[in-house]
Design a protein around this ligand. Structure first.
Ligand SMILES: Nc1nc2c(ncn2[C@@H]2O[C@H](COP(=O)(O)OP(=O)(O)OP(=O)(O)O)[C@@H](O)[C@H]2O)c(=O)[nH]1
Length: 434
């Protein structure tokens, strides 16, 4: 994919020969293959083949974890451990007798402040208050907001808003992966009202948050499950290690907590560790996992999983897939096969195709959305690992460029570190505002 070219600052600010920065509205529409098609999701535009041989004889399921009992309620917060304070040893009876030293003259009383005071009993540490999601998001995004905030403060300390400072600000924003279009929108807006004036870093952050929210608000969309579908099939795709399996586990926990009946399919048949990882999430969340040995046919497994989930009237089936490099044609073709095959059971499946993106990959994530969008008919995004990077701004660039719904963001590995995406929270957190 072509690199975004940053046009000259003057041209962008006051108009000139240079082409203007890309405008979200003027972005080329998504390829038709990405757009949902009636009754299904465009994958490659090819008609569904009626007599695909692959799943004709569904393989017997080798490993299927027994349906565990409904998820046990979360264990209550562990009570703080009571730490026994060792007592002062009692006066020892058999101490050797030491001759009493010669009496010394009594010391004058110590000044009040210096006298040994009986230490006040130390109260046990209060359990850390549970962080709100915004606090967690803010903490997770602190590397991204820190990089931007430090840049803003460095630029605007004792300096006016002029061409030079605006140019420097734009560089900071582009380096934070926000994208040229958003960076330009922010500097333009600042220049419009405050050119030549002193400006505080708080003002700049305020404008940043507002502009970022404008870009993100249209894409912040919950993942809506269709209750009439039994099951609603969610196919989860993405490159290796982006967080697909973990995301499935976290979503399984959420859906179970909402009282939905869920099934998971361990479609990453390339890696034993991925299969085991999904089984662990299944046990943890009380959700059955359909799995087969490494090397099994992923499409056949998906077919069987859907057949079974249907027979059992499950609400949701989430299908994990092997991580694949977006530039490996044969792997992408295999993903298409999974989709073709599950459509034999339900021609409208998959009902959601979630692309899981690792925020730490920065600009590369743009390429992933492009390729997976064309190949797998991505219907929505999940961005993980916002806690591990200063490049969280990439979500803004992706929203600007593709306009695909963003359903969830992840800021950690544990089960409650994934939450629905909220544009305003994200915008304020990345700007470092409360
Ligand atoms: N810090 C952090 N780590 C995460 C987050 N989401 C997932 N991870 C971790 O990222 C690593 C990879 O996650 P997986 O879920 O195994 O990724 P995957 O896409 O299934 O990987 P493959 O099976 O290799 O395709 C694991 O160690 C996860 O715990 C997140 O939001 N923040």
């Amino acid at each position: 994919m072509a690199e975004e070219k940053k046009p000259g600052f003057f041209s962008r600010l006051f108009g000139g020969k240079t082409a203007p920065a890309p405008d979200a509205a003027a972005e080329p529409a998504l390829p038709a293959s990405i757009a949902p098609v009636p009754g299904g999701f465009g994958i490659d535009g090819a008609p569904v083949r009626p007599a695909e041989p692959e799943p004709a004889e569904p393989e017997p399921v080798e490993a299927r974890t027994a349906e565990p009992a409904p998820a046990a309620p979360e264990p209550a917060e562990a009570a703080p451990a009571i730490v026994a304070t060792p007592r002062e040893p009692e006066a020892r009876a058999a101490e050797p007798v030491v001759p009493a030293p010669a009496p010394t003259p009594p010391l004058p009383p110590a000044p009040l402040a210096a006298r040994a005071v009986e230490p006040a009993p130390v109260p046990p540490p209060a359990p850390a208050p549970k962080q709100s999601w915004f606090q967690k998001l803010k903490a997770g995004l602190s590397r991204s907001s820190g990089a931007i905030g430090t840049g803003i403060v460095a630029i605007f300390t004792k300096r006016k808003l002029d061409d030079e400072t605006l140019e420097e600000l734009e560089d900071v924003l582009i380096q934070a992966d926000l994208g040229v279009a958003t960076a330009t929108a922010i500097t333009k807006r600042l220049a419009a009202g405050r050119y030549g004036k002193d400006v505080t870093d708080a003002e700049v952050k305020g404008v940043l948050a507002e502009e970022v929210e404008k870009v993100l608000a249209p894409v912040a969309a919950p993942l809506v499950l269709d209750g009439a579908l039994k099951p609603h099939v969610i196919l989860v795709v993405g490159v290796n290690g982006s967080g697909k399996t973990t995301t499935i586990g976290k979503l399984a926990a959420k859906y179970r907590a909402e009282g939905r009946s869920v099934m998971l399919a361990a479609g990453d048949t390339f890696r034993a560790a991925a299969i085991d990882q999904l089984k662990v999430w299944g046990e943890r969340t009380g959700v059955p996992v359909l799995a087969r040995p490494v090397g099994s046919d992923a499409a056949g497994l998906a077919f069987d999983a859907l057949t079974e989930a249907r027979a059992e009237g499950r609400d949701v089936l989430m299908i994990d897939t092997a991580g694949r490099l977006q530039n490996k044609a044969e792997l992408m073709a295999e993903l298409e096969k999974v989709v073709r095959v599950i459509r034999k059971v339900d021609p409208t499946a998959p009902h959601s195709v979630l692309l899981v993106l690792d925020a730490t990959t920065g600009q590369n994530a743009l390429n992933q959305v492009d390729v997976f969008g064309k190949t797998a008919g991505v219907t929505g995004l999940v961005m993980t690992k916002l806690d591990g990077t200063a490049r969280g701004g990439i979500l803004v660039a992706i929203a600007q460029k593709f306009g695909l719904p963003v359903h969830f963001v992840g800021v950690g590995e544990s089960v409650d570190d994934l939450e629905p995406f909220a544009a305003r929270d994200f915008a304020r957190a990345i700007a470092g505002l409360e």
